[in-house]
Design a protein around this ligand. Structure first.
Ligand code: NAD
Ligand SMILES: O=C[C@H](O)CS(=O)(=O)O
Length: 496
């Protein structure tokens, strides 16, 4: 059994006990063991972190961006050196299998490399002026103090997507990580510290969402809220922080589908479906929880898919033979089982799974059997609502047009995928799938960090993480006119 030191707050460059004196427990979902504790902070801890951030930002914004980028280069290097240690820790506290945990740490490394490059770009625009002897340009300016609120399913990748662009752009950060994954948050803060980030530029305040997170939404010292999590929490954040005129960037839930047309390479499609639906135990925002198949291919697809699902080995993600780890906690298990029972009542055909795993080694962890439903209709709740577990619903349709309608007929719009060999339908799908991300002949997961990441409808509010688009969340456009004519010139006077 591995026991870690308590996760303390990181404020103004110092590791501090919470002023509340209270701590929460960090539980390994694979076996129920307590890995350690985390500071259960209150609003006073947040106040101190925001003060430290404001003070630090006043100096940090004046550091040339290429110099700021050097810190990010060191962050990338330190993450590289600690990759295996961080990946193992991630598997222990979050549950995903080690191979995926390594992939997640690599995402943070890639993001650090990419955003370090931004230190030498942060491109603005220059454009001709209407008037002679006048120069016109726009530059990116930091916004100030950024409040970051993150979920447990990608505890370092998503934090890297938000903190790295914010910091390279000259902001300071106050970060409230998810209650379930404090170890990765502490480790990431340690990396920033060791990389030489000045005290106060990154502050971490552990705590409950409804306490510390909630206090961030109205705190006058925080200018931007960048949030990833459920649509329910995101909607609340938008209404509260929006009323305080904060910029609010939201990345929320999904109900992603893989469409398989009758001409598709079915083996390739099945590989993608298995990985997208059951990888990370279905707990990715981009996980495929629906398959939309042209009726002519339904029987052949299910014949290939079912044995692959039945062959998935469930267990502790540290075991290299395991494909599917535990889900995050008891409440998640209950939610998954609730939806499975609902699916049965709605008349879906359960082909495999559909139950908690609790015998033998499973008894102490939170395990659910990979579950496959066929005969699902688009209006059923299992085909409409985010379950966030290893549950996949297969629906048959009669045409490409119907497939697009079914794909788009949910309230979310994060990721969609289509398998076909017909180039015309590929381009129509690229145009008509109403999601922020579209894959062709690939599963619904596998985002690359140099492209925008986010979704439409109830998945987002128009902002994007990742890529250059992320800089729009963390910068203000400042437009500058320099008149070097030596006389008063006036634009917008009609001289014609
Ligand atoms: N679109 C994306 O990029 C993306 C990526 C990963 C996860 N997600 C979504 O995240 C969800 C799973 O994560 P979760 O269960 O941690 O989500 P969640 O909404 O329960 O929690 C996310 C974060 O919000 C905090 N929070 C909770 N209540 C709050 C409040 N009142 N004020 C401020 N902060 C509060 C939590 O403490 C946590 O840090 C799923 O819906 C998934 O689809 C989306
Ligand atoms: O960090 C989040 C995930 O990597 C996104 S994806 O599931 O790989 O697309």
């Amino acid at each position: 059994m591995h026991r870690f030191e308590p996760c303390l707050n990181f404020i103004g460059g110092r590791w501090q006990e919470p002023k509340t004196g209270q701590y929460g427990e960090n539980v390994n979902p694979a076996n129920g063991e307590v890995l350690g504790t985390w500071a259960r902070s209150g609003p006073d801890d947040l106040d101190e972190a925001v003060r430290a951030a404001r003070e630090a930002q006043a100096a940090w914004r004046l550091v040339p961006a290429p110099e700021r980028a050097k810190v990010l280069q060191r962050v990338a290097q330190l993450l590289r050196e600690r990759k295996e240690e961080l990946a193992r820790m991630l598997t222990m506290e979050m549950g995903k299998v080690l191979e995926e945990a390594r992939g997640e740490v690599q995402e943070a490394i890639d993001m650090a490399d990419y955003m370090a490059g931004e230190g030498r770009r942060l491109f603005g625009q220059t454009t001709p002026s209407e008037l002679p002897d006048k120069f016109a340009m726009s530059v990116r300016a930091p916004v100030g103090v950024v409040g970051i609120i993150t979920p447990w399913n990608f505890p370092i990748a998503i934090a890297s997507w938000k903190s790295l662009p914010a910091i390279v752009a000259g902001n300071a950060v106050v970060w409230k990580p998810a209650e379930e994954t404090p170890l990765l948050a502490r480790a990431f803060a340690e990396v920033y510290e060791e990389a030489g980030l000045p005290a106060g530029v990154l502050n971490v305040v552990f705590g409950d969402g409804p306490v510390v997170g909630e206090a961030m939404l109205t705190h006058p010292g925080i200018d931007v809220i960048s949030f990833t999590g459920s649509t329910e929490t995101g909607r609340h954040i938008a209404s509260v922080a929006g009323a305080h005129l904060k910029r609010v960037s939201l990345e929320m839930g999904g109900k992603n589908a893989i469409t398989v047309l009758a001409d598709a390479d079915l083996d390739l499609a099945v590989d993608a479906i298995v990985w997208s639906a059951y990888g990370t135990s279905g707990q990715r925002c981009t996980a495929a929880s629906r398959v939309i198949v042209e009726r002519a291919a339904e029987e052949a697809l299910l014949a290939k898919l079912l044995p692959r699902v039945e062959a998935l080995k469930v267990g502790d993600g540290l075991d290299p033979a395991v494909h599917v780890g535990p889900v995050i906690h008891e409440a998640a298990l209950e939610k998954i089982d609730h939806y499975v029972q609902l699916g049965l009542r709605e008349g879906a055909h359960l082909l495999t799974g559909g139950r908690r795993l609790s015998e033998g080694d499973y008894a102490r962890g939170f395990y659910y059997a990979p579950t496959l439903f066929a005969g699902v209709r688009p209006e059923m709740r299992i085909a409409q609502e985010e379950i966030f577990g290893p549950v996949l619903s297969v629906m048959a349709v009669d045409s490409f047009e119907e497939a697009i309608r079914v794909n788009n007929g949910v309230r979310y719009g994060l990721s969609a995928s289509i398998f076909t060999r017909d180039v015309n339908r590929v381009f129509r799908a690229m145009r008509d799938l109403d999601t922020g991300i579209v894959y062709v002949n690939a599963g619904t997961t596998g985002a690359e960090i140099h492209l925008p990441f986010g979704g439409t409808k109830a998945t987002g509010n128009g902002h994007r993480d990742s890529g250059q688009a992320a800089l729009d969340v963390f910068t203000e456009w400042k437009t500058v006119y320099v008149d070097y004519s030596g006389r008063l010139q006036r634009a917008q006077i009609d001289n014609n």
